[in-house]
Design a protein around this ligand. Structure first.
Ligand SMILES: Nc1ncnc2c1ncn2[C@@H]1O[C@H](COP(=O)(O)OP(=O)(O)OP(=O)(O)O)[C@@H](O)[C@H]1O
Length: 486
């Protein structure tokens, strides 16, 4: 190794040590450096080289001043770079022992030699260290998923993802260091022209990218109380607001907390239900409108193209369980379940989608859970709940909703644009932002929900089970008005 390389390595080691001892504070470090400099200077002065101390110490002084006055730039340019090159070097050198310690190496009984998965590639991609191992014969990606936690701790990383290749015959190990999602950030009022009918923009991903979710898929968002479902809900509404004002999207809101959640943004909603009776009528009318649109599309198109005459209909249902599990009125509950299941199963092509939010993802609570084609998990109670929402495979490869800390509302796991699970944080939507958005992007049409009131002397309607088949509850003209399908 050349002298230059040695001195570079020496400088790296000094700065590595300085960054590792950050806890001691700069006063101690400075004392140490100045002391070392004094000893070195007196030694060099003795040798008759008075200019050398200055030469040696001036780069260090420059670095000290840089770190003190421009800490962010210093972090990015010096500390992070040193950390990366050192971590990469360390892993390359220790790969075999890491594999062995994590239970991924194999000792051959014949000659006691150790077989280790070869390290095919190792590189930094942004803030993530990515390794590509070659699996040993008889090993599967699941073996690496099983050792994920050990691999994470071995590198003192915040998170490790095991990403299988499409055929699941190999995988990539992705270590993330630090937490780019640690700090909350506010979500702004959308721009006037920001109409996007393919993607919702909701926050940031752990790679520092914008978090986008496909719009034209019914989506279930689960999170314990206080997990930040409100940010995802309002992020969805804000993302759609410009299209709402343009008449290309209609929002139908269900808020059985009496309007406490959605009330602030009422002008954005074409239809808005705050009690179970209204919600069920709204859903049933939407099913009728959806079936009619599907009939019209049949033979012409396989996917509805939104227009102002035939907009996308997006149901936003806060606390889904209040509608399909906790209703004391069994008749209403059955009707709600039936209408919602029908909408979820036939709504995709005609452009009817449901965005539902709930705390308890168990099947006993939401029987139609499997009908949501997209789901995301915020903080959840335990591993089982994480697996219910995202699937076992996602949890095994690192989507641990149950490990999200209480102090991180809005953080969760979702399927990213590449189809892989990604950790995300929704932007925080303040009440003032909702009010401003509602004032700027009101929907051009609001359709009230009319509940049938039995005429005097007329008997109350019989339970649904006794009536067959049930007709739509409002006139044909009103039904057609839903979704402006007239
Ligand atoms: N993205 C976010 N960033 C930072 N703080 C957030 C974020 N989202 C929510 N919070 C904060 O977390 C708290 C709980 O948020 P929120 O009401 O959205 O949770 P929730 O999941 O809807 O809870 P519940 O089901 O009990 O209504 C709020 O006080 C809010 O200030």
């Amino acid at each position: 190794m050349s002298a230059l390389a040695w001195s570079r390595r020496g400088a790296e080691e000094v700065w590595w040590w300085l960054s590792r001892t950050a806890g001691y504070g700069w006063r101690h470090k400075r004392l140490l450096l100045v002391g070392g400099w004094a000893v070195l200077s007196s030694w060099l002065l003795d040798l008759g080289w008075p200019w050398l101390p200055l030469l040696v110490v001036s780069p260090v002084l420059v670095l000290l001043v840089w770190e003190r006055w421009w800490p962010v730039a210093f972090q990015v340019q010096v500390t992070d770079r040193l950390f990366r090159s050192r971590t990469r070097r360390w892993l390359r050198r220790r790969w075999a022992s890491v594999m062995e310690a994590c239970g991924l190496a194999r000792r051959l009984p014949s000659n006691q030699s150790v077989q280790v998965p070869a390290l095919v590639g190792l590189a930094w991609e942004g803030s993530q260290l990515v390794a590509s191992p070659r699996l040993l014969t008889g090993q599967t990606v699941e073996d690496f998923e099983g050792a994920a936690e050990r691999l994470r701790v071995a590198l003192e990383a915040n998170r490790l993802r095991v990403i299988a290749d499409p055929a699941a015959t190999g995988c990539r190990l992705v270590w993330s260091f630090g937490d780019p999602l640690a700090a909350a950030f506010a979500w702004p009022v959308p721009e006037d022209q920001a109409i996007n009918l393919e993607w919702l923009t909701l926050g940031r991903t752990e790679d520092g990218q914008t978090w986008r979710l496909p719009l034209r898929v019914s989506t279930l968002v689960a999170g314990s109380t206080g997990a930040g479902k409100g940010s995802v809900l309002w992020g969805t509404v804000l993302s759609l607001a410009p299209a709402v004002r343009a008449g290309l999207v209609q929002l139908h809101g269900v808020d059985l907390k009496g309007g406490m959640e959605l009330g602030l943004g009422k002008p954005l909603f074409t239809r808005y239900a705050t009690d179970a009776g209204e919600a069920v009528i709204m859903l049933e009318e939407a099913v009728t409108a959806c079936e009619e649109r599907a009939k019209r599309l049949a033979g012409n198109s396989r996917l509805h193209a939104p227009t102002t005459d035939e907009p996308l209909i997006i149901f936003v249902i806060d606390e889904l369980a209040s509608l399909v599990a906790y209703l004391p009125d069994r008749d209403l509950l059955k009707r709600a379940e039936a209408a919602l299941s029908r909408l979820l199963s036939i709504g995709r092509a005609p452009g009817f989608y449901v965005y539902a939010f709930l705390q308890d993802p168990r099947k006993e609570t939401v029987r139609m859970r499997h009908l949501f084609t997209q789901s995301m998990g915020l903080r959840l109670r335990d591993r089982e709940e994480s697996a219910m929402v995202l699937g076992d495979g996602a949890v095994a490869s690192g989507a641990a909703c149950h490990k999200i800390h209480r102090s991180m509302p809005g953080v969760g796991y979702a399927v990213g644009e590449d189809g892989l699970i990604v950790k995300v944080r929704a932007g925080f939507v303040a009440d003032d932002t909702i009010r401003a958005t509602a004032a700027r992007f009101p929907t051009p049409v609001q359709v009230p929900i009319v509940q049938a009131v039995p005429d005097e002397g007329e008997e109350a309607p019989a339970p649904a089970a006794a009536r067959a088949p049930r007709k739509p509850r409002t006139s044909r003209r009103r039904t057609e008005n839903v979704g402006a399908d007239s």
